[in-house]
Design a protein around this ligand. Structure first.
Ligand code: AMP
Length: 213
């Protein structure tokens, strides 16, 4: 099965993608995670990409496409999280899938109001060593600022500050939201309210996908 999952950062698409990938045995491809790994390398391009990410701006389509093409040639059972983010990325993805003869089967859209997204993202912290996620309100660590798992310091992602989150939301509404309609018109869209218990949302999505296949 080939899925894309759409939603604002903080809508819970990463969590849902992980649950679906685990249940259906699909590869979870997160373009944000891939980029965060890439920018650890020390090169002029990586530093430029990191600056864009830290500001909450999008990385150029050509770079994203070259990363994605390499992955999709190897994979035909995946859930794509974070791509497409622009209409031209959606067209490029369709073109790759057409060429490979492996069309996207389902697009899942997770919908969450902006104020909830802001509360979720600005409160989240991540362990600097083992990458475990916490949240000041929803999942506080036992000791403030310290990871429960390994005892290292918790940090905030540079793009999780209030101003950057608002900027990312603006880009989401302007550039990514129109893609939802693109998939709706192809008859492959499943949209779900992303507010509520993450496990219940995942169970409901799994049921819908099982009924579809
Ligand atoms: P995410 O983890 O999905 O919130 O992505 C983090 C950041 O990576 C985004 O704010 C963008 O800077 C960059 N990024 C991830 N996916 C894409 C994409 N498909 N196109 C452009 N930039 C992306």
């Amino acid at each position: 099965m080939r899925l894309v999952i759409l939603g604002a950062s903080g809508a819970g698409k990463g969590t849902q993608a992980q649950a679906l990938a685990k249940h259906f045995g699909m590869k979870h491809i997160s373009t944000g995670d891939i980029l965060r790994e890439e920018v650890k390398k020390d090169s002029a391009i990586c530093r430029a990409v990191k600056r864009l990410m830290d500001r909450g701006d999008l990385v150029p389509d050509e770079l994203m496409l070259s990363i994605l093409e390499g992955i999709l040639v190897e994979e035909d059972n995946f859930i794509l999280d974070g791509y497409p983010r622009t209409f031209s990325q959606a067209l490029a993805l369709n073109a790759i899938c057409d060429r490979l003869g492996t069309p996207i089967d389902v697009a899942v859209s997770i919908e969450v109001p902006d104020d909830e997204v802001i509360q979720r993202i600005t409160g989240r912290t991540v362990c600097s060593k083992c990458a475990t996620m916490f949240h000041t309100i929803f999942l506080p660590p036992k000791v403030h600022g310290i990871c429960d798992v390994c005892g290292a310091t918790l940090t905030q992602r540079p793009d999780d500050t209030m101003d950057t989150v608002k900027h990312r939301l603006k880009l989401f509404h302007a550039l990514t939201e129109p893609i939802i309609d693109f998939y709706r018109r192809q008859g492959i869209l499943i949209s779900r309210n992303g507010v509520g218990d993450a496990e219940e949302i995942a169970a409901d999505l799994i049921k819908t996908l099982e009924e579809k296949s």
